[in-house]
Design a protein around this ligand. Sequence first.
Ligand SMILES: *Cc1c(COP(=O)(O)O)cnc(C)c1O
Length: 403
Amino acid sequence: MIQKPYLKAFPDTKGYFGKFGGAFLPPVLIEQFQKIEQAYLTIGNSHNFIQELRDIRKHYQGRPTPVYYAKRLTEYVGGARIYLKREDLNHTGAHKLNHCMGEALLAKYLGKKKLIAETGAGQHGVALATAAAYFGLECEIHMGEVDIAKEHPNVVRMRILGAKIVPVSFGARTLKEAVDSAFEAYLKDPENSIYCIGSVVGPHPFPMMVRDFQSVVGIEAREQFLEMTGNLPDNLVACVGGGSNAMGLFSAFIEDPCEMYGVEPGGTGTKLGEHAASLTYGTEGILHGFNSIMLKNEEGEPAAVYSIASGLDYPSVGPEHAYLNTTGRTKVGIADDKETIQAFYDLSHYEGIIPALESAHAVAFAMKLAKEKPYESILVNLSGRGDKDIDFVVANYKPEDYL
Ligand SMILES: *Cc1c(COP(=O)(O)O)cnc(C)c1O
């Protein structure tokens, strides 16, 4: 396995990628997180666990998802060949189920009864509620009241799937408060429950676990691309919220001669509050139990951020991205709202694929890159499908203005 040396060395045994990562936890939780780490390293590497997860991926999630050459989009852009890794075809319509099934399977092996998590836009909540239903586990999702009002369809989905929604009514009543509330609930009963993080963020071992569970994306894509073209892709492109779909793809190619671009949401402008481009504009800091690059306000607190794609709306980024970006192994791309909406319509119109607004950021950047590198290939991680976004898009950006 070509990628082994890097993946084995990072994170180190304390959960660091260079100076980023770690586990900054209240003393009562330190032992619980160490237990999760030990369980993951032993159970997660056992034959039965690996077999069961492979079986779930194939027969329940519908993996492998295809790699697809976007011929009409490529011709329209007139540059590098653009390929898509179709995570929009993964069960539930996005990549998030990859790590939720892994986390829930670990919970089952540990004899836990309940999965606890926070959700912002509801995507992680829906994926986790799906995993809970599959395994017959309880599921408790903490969600800010503002988000509950905004993300009604996902709230309904979670309820149908049998999850209990805990409305969070303090502070700004959004994602940050939901994290605090979920942690508190987990603290009350760490024996019977497990906290399931939604991206490659949070305290060690989560950035490592979530990356490993998502690495199936890159492992499949590398094989598929080689088989399809006889070569490795010259460029990889993925959007970065916390960074799980990007790390899933990148992790299989780190020791290959491929350029890797994590695309951040440029939003409506470069001022604080107009974007959520943490790597582009942020500085080092600790948030939600890990050290990384983050966007801060004047008081040094996590800044209020904006993204048209609620899944990219996070003031920090997974520690591994902070590390790979500082070493220069990965590069940062950016796509603003305007470019993203255009890409959303272009991919729909030229390929018959409606992308999630998160993924449309990656497509938008790939279209710019394709013009700069006309003789190369670009593999984009199409992290999810856009059904959840269609009402918002047509209400605010009329199809006739873009097609
Ligand atoms: C949540 C989400 C993202 C952002 O999360 P990452 O951890 O950065 O991958 C991207 N795309 C879709 C479709 C999502 O649901």
